[in-house]
Structure formats: structure tokens, C-alpha cells
Design a protein around this ligand. Structure first.
Ligand SMILES: C[S@@+](CC[C@H](N)C(=O)[O-])C[C@H]1O[C@@H](n2cnc3c(N)ncnc32)[C@H](O)[C@@H]1O
Length: 206
């Protein structure tokens, strides 16, 4: 599966769906076309990016099932929106968007980096993480699905770093071997050894 298809597989039925930083709008097209969502909002801080999604979704915009909003983060999104997707941005940018806006009722996040910081933020804010996995599409990606309320039982250091479900996913072993290979190219310092051993332990490679 490609990255977009992987992300879309996490979208489930909802009344309202918002795709923040939608760019091309492919995920919203899937949500609407599949009938998973009744209404959708496409949003992007860049007018140029949003215009791509508007073209792709023009028929849904015309029939009133899709609304387009040019805004920063969750600025133009109703708090009642049932499911919010933020994909393809850094984890720190996602945290900033949530801090300046709100934590959605249900969410899917696909951070490009700093996924550990994002997990910590969500857990510290009482969110319930319902899926926390890894997938591959040329590169390795983490994906986090959850709900604003309900809390999550304490994560181990390994779960926090790589995702709770990732640790039982064979893709994670591949990721770990690749990471260890990259780190092994450097001169071995005690810090580096600790890091390598941490990854080995998380992936049960020792
Ligand atoms: C790499 S693209 C990801 C597109 C799509 N979500 C995906 O996963 O394929 C990132 C998009 O997020 C938008 N973006 C970046 N920061 C944003 C913010 N604070 N609020 C809204 N959109 C933002 C960019 O303009 C860009 O279109």
C-alpha cells in the first residue's frame, strides 16, 4: 500500500471530517468517495496547495459536501468536527497546531518526524491512543490514531519512542535494522551504544 492508502485505511465513519494541510486533497477524496464521511473540510495554510484540493474535489464542493478553508492549523475548523486528519507535517508542527487550536474529538496524525514528542503530548493531555503503528512506503512512517478523551495507560520508553503497535509489527524490525545500520557507520561512543541497544531491545533484536 502507498502512504496515502495507508493513511486512508485509518479513516472510519464520521459525520464530519477535516483534512488539515490537505495539499492535493487525496485523503478527503477517499473519505467522501467511499462514503465514510458525510461532510468534509479541506484546509491548508497555502492558497496554492488548497487550490489543488479544490480542483480535485470540485464536484463535492459544488454539491455542498465539501468546504474549503484557507487557514493556519485548526483556525477555521469547528470544534465539533468529528474526525481530523493531519498528515505529512512534523510532530512539533502538529503539537503547535493542537496547542493553538484544540485536540479534536477523534484524530489521525501521520508525523514526518518527532513522533515521540507527539505521543508524549497526546498522553499528557489525556487522549486515548487507539492505534500507534508503523508502515513502509519507500520510507518508514509512524501513524497515530486516537480520541480526545479516555486516557492511555502509561507507555514504556520503547512504546513512546516508536509507537505501541509498531513494536509488534514486523515492519518495525526492518526499520530498527536500518536505523542500527545507519548509526553503526559512526564511531561508537557510549551514547551511541546506548541508543543502538535501546533500538535493539525495542525490536527484540538482542
Ligand atoms: C507535505 S504536505 C502534506 C500533504 C498531505 N496532508 C499529505 O500527507 O500528503 C504539507 C501541507 O501542509 C500545509 N501546512 C503546513 N503547515 C500548515 C499549517 N500550520 N496549517 C495548515 N496547513 C499547513 C502545507 O502548505 C502543505 O500543503
Amino acid at each position: 500500500m502507498g502512504r496515502i492508502e495507508e493513511i486512508c485505511s485509518y479513516i472510519d465513519e464520521c459525520e464530519s471530517f477535516a483534512d488539515i494541510g490537505c495539499d492535493h486533497g487525496y485523503c478527503t477524496l477517499h473519505a467522501l468517495k467511499s462514503g465514510k464521511c458525510k461532510k468534509a473540510i479541506i484546509s491548508d495554510v497555502s492558497k496554492k496547495s488548497l487550490a489543488k484540493a479544490e480542483r480535485l474535489l470540485s464536484s463535492y464542493i459544488a454539491d455542498g459536501r465539501c468546504k474549503s478553508v484557507c487557514c493556519d492549523g485548526l483556525g477555521g475548523i469547528d470544534r465539533e468536527c468529528e474526525l481530523v486528519l493531519i498528515a505529512g507535517m512534523g510532530g512539533m508542527e502538529i503539537i503547535k497546531i493542537l496547542t493553538e487550536g484544540f485536540i479534536p474529538q477523534r484524530f489521525i496524525f501521520q508525523p514526518m518526524k518527532n513522533s515521540e514528542e507527539l505521543r508524549s503530548f497526546l498522553i499528557a493531555n489525556g487522549c486515548k491512543i487507539t492505534a500507534d503503528d508503523i508502515f513502509i512506503d519507500g520510507k518508514y512512517y509512524f501513524i497515530i490514531k486516537g480520541e480526545r478523551l479516555g486516557g492511555t495507560k502509561e507507555y514504556s520508553k520503547e512504546e513512546l519512542a516508536f509507537g505501541r503497535d509498531s513494536l509488534n509489527n514486523p515492519v518495525f524490525k526492518q526499520f530498527a535494522q536500518k536505523e542500527i545500520g545507519k548509526l553503526s557507520a559512526f564511531e561508537l561512543t557510549p551514547e551511541l551504544e546506548t541508543k543502538i541497544n535501546f533500538i535493539k531491545k525495542a525490536a527484540s533484536l538482542q
